[in-house]
Write a protein that binds this ligand. Structure first.
Ligand SMILES: Cc1ncc(COP(=O)(O)O)c(C=O)c1O
Length: 417
């Protein structure tokens, strides 16, 4: 990459996909046929019997819980390090989220913590394949089977990752995925659930079909945003657009990209009415998704090459904690997350060296003010949440970018000693 500036992310959406979206947004015909084709192709890719497109992963999760009859007095076990919207869905059904700890550097649900959190009221567990890392699914599935607990995989950050050769999403009973513009594959916006259970699929589909379509204007806005993101993170433009904004923002004490998403966290408990009234996907979303699916192995492959190179090069840097993975997990490196006691210092040192990082949006919710009545002792999640920093690992990094980044991390850690 030119000019030694490395963006924190770079979308998989490209001008070709923008043209494809435009074609479907401009035509008048019904959208259901192409959406059904995309759902079927996605189900085949995962190895599931049914796939249903939903407006967001959190709503998909909510509908899955509802289809399973989860309600008043029931408990759902979720990892303590996760995305705020997932535990926030559980109380909306009258049930209780129960937090279980994660592995410190694997960041995914610890099977023994899951076992310890089980009570006679436990109805479901949510192994979240966070940052693209599959959980230890042999252990989690065995414990769940022993206690008659439904396994709902959170694949929002891991579409296409494998565990012992099997794709995530086909390792439990049901699963959800999401395809926003910053994910490894995108449909502009929107998400998917998969299941082998015809009753569950039918229940989710019935609710979705009762809603209206995603408004065309929303899809147009998303396609334009996607194109703008593609252009702004392009090597020829990034140094002159986003990079100065991030540097100036940080000098003023704010990360402008992070702020936008922080706002969503403050509104954590809402299930927007738009999910209900605009539930059905557009042909444009399905057309982009179908094309992205033909590129997923290439996109994930590039992430995996970059992630493995970083694993190797950063394994022994003073003061730096590097990720580890459950045995049999084949991560897709949606994020490359390191730990440092002075992560703000590390981020600032890296910014000086032209590497943009983020603390991301994962919090340790067992002890979070958003969930005061669900406190639990989850020290690994708390430590990870206070120390983690995402390094760029997206498919558009060149070999020279990786070399530059490794050198920058090493010298930044030296400077912080
Ligand atoms: C791990 C995880 N789970 C769930 C979600 C929720 O996805 P959505 O925004 O589609 O509801 C996200 C969002 O990025 C996520 O990262």
């Amino acid at each position: 990459m030119a000019f030694g500036r490395i963006p924190r992310f770079s979308p998989s959406f490209s001008p070709r996909e923008a043209l494809l979206a435009a074609r479907y947004l401009l035509r008048d015909g019904p959208d259901d046929e192409i959406v059904a084709r995309w759902e079927q192709e996605f189900a085949e890719y995962i190895g599931a019997r049914f796939a249903v497109m939903v407006p967001s992963a959190r709503y998909g999760f909510y509908l899955l819980l509802k289809a399973l009859g989860v309600g008043e007095g029931d408990e759902v076990i979720v990892p303590a390090l996760t995305y705020f919207a997932i535990p926030a869905m559980v109380p909306l059904l009258g049930a209780r989220p129960v937090f279980a700890d994660v592995g410190l550097n694997s960041h995914v649900l610890d099977p023994e913590a899951f076992r310890a959190a089980i009570t006679p009221r436990t109805k479901a567990v949510v192994p979240t394949h966070l940052f693209g890392t599959p959980c230890n699914m042999d252990a989690i599935r065995a414990i769940a089977r022993e206690h008659g607990i439904q396994v709902i995989e959170d694949c929002a950050q891991s579409t296409g990752a494998r565990y012992k050769g099997v794709r995530v999403g086909h390792l439990g009973d049901h699963a959800y995925y999401t395809f926003g513009l910053t994910k490894n594959i995108t449909t502009l916006s929107g998400a998917m659930i998969t299941t082998d259970d015809p009753k569950v699929a039918e229940s989710v589909r019935t609710t979705i079909q009762a809603g209206g379509y995603t408004p065309k204007e929303k899809s147009v806005k998303e396609a334009v945003t996607g194109l703008a993101m593609w252009a702004a993170t392009h090597p020829a433009l990034y140094w002159a657009t986003v990079h100065p904004a991030v540097v100036i923002g940080n000098k003023l004490g704010q990360d402008p990209i992070h702020e936008r998403f922080g706002e969503a966290e403050r509104r954590y408990d809402s299930l927007p009415a738009s999910y209900l009234s605009q539930a059905k996907a557009r042909g444009a979303q399905a057309a982009v998704g179908r094309r992205q699916l033909t590129r997923i192995e290439q996109l994930n492959g590039a992430r995996m090459r970059n992630g493995k190179a970083l694993d190797k090069a950063l394994a022994h840097v003073d003061g730096l904690g590097v990720p580890c993975y459950p045995e049999g997990a084949e991560p897709i490196y949606m994020s490359f997350v390191v730990h440092h006691k002075d992560r703000e210092g590390l981020a600032a040192e890296l910014r000086k060296r032209g590497v943009d990082t983020t603390v991301g949006y994962m919090s340790a919710f067992a002890d979070h003010p958003l969930f005061p009545e669900y406190k639990a002792d989850c020290p690994n999640a708390a430590e990870a949440a206070s120390q983690l920093l995402h390094l760029p690992v997206h498919p558009n990094l060149s070999r020279a970018d990786l070399d530059h980044m490794v050198e920058a991390v090493r010298s930044a850690c030296m400077a912080l000693r």
